[in-house]
Write a protein that binds this ligand. Structure first.
Ligand code: FES
Length: 147
C-alpha cells in the first residue's frame, strides 16, 4: 500500500484502512488514530484520551461511516438532526456491515436482514442481538470518540 492511509469508498464498504507498517501486521499500532489529541495505542479498553476521527462532515447527514480504531470497526452515524452515534460495525446476527444501514428516529436497520437496533442503547430485536455502543460527540466540528 503506497498511501499512508487509504480509504475504500464504494457501495459495498466505506472503511478507512490504516497503513500497514513495514515488515508486518504492526501489532497494536494497526488502526491507531492520531489527529492532534494525541496518539492512542492498544485496544479501545485501554485508551485514556478521546480519539479524534476527523471532521464531522466525513459522515454524511443521515448516513454512517465505518472507522477502524485500534483494530476495531466502529460505525459512526450522523442523524439528520446532527446527533452522532457510534456502535460496533458488524451486526450480531450475521455480521452485516451496519455502517451501510438505514437510520432514522434513533434507530438503525441492518442492510442485510433488516433487524432494527436502538442507536443509543444498542438494544436489538432480542437479548442475544445487542450492539456495543461508544460515546461520541461533535467537538468543534470534529468527531470525538470518548474513552
Ligand atoms: S446480518 Fe444484520 S440482520 Fe442479519
Amino acid at each position: 500500500m503506497d498511501n499512508p492511509e487509504s480509504t475504500v469508498d464504494g457501495p459495498e464498504s466505506r472503511v478507512i484502512v490504516p497503513p500497514t507498517p513495514p515488515g508486518g501486521q504492526g501489532g497494536t499500532r494497526l488502526g491507531t488514530v492520531d489527529c492532534g489529541l494525541g496518539t492512542v495505542d492498544g485496544g479501545l479498553g485501554t485508551r485514556r484520551r478521546p480519539v479524534c476521527l476527523g471532521p464531522v462532515d466525513k459522515v454524511p447527514l443521515g448516513q454512517g461511516f465505518c472507522f477502524v480504531v485500534a483494530g476495531e470497526e466502529i460505525a459512526v452515524f450522523r442523524q439528520r438532526d446532527g446527533r452522532l452515534f457510534a456502535v460496533q460495525n458488524r451486526c450480531p446476527h450475521r455480521q452485516g456491515p451496519l455502517a451501510e444501514g438505514v437510520i432514522g428516529g434513533g434507530k438503525l436497520i441492518c442492510p442485510l436482514h433488516a433487524h432494527a437496533f436502538d442507536l443509543s442503547t444498542g438494544a436489538g430485536p432480542n437479548a442475544a442481538e445487542r450492539l456495543r455502543t461508544y460515546a461520541v460527540r461533535d467537538s468543534g466540528g470534529r468527531i470525538e470518540l470518548a474513552p
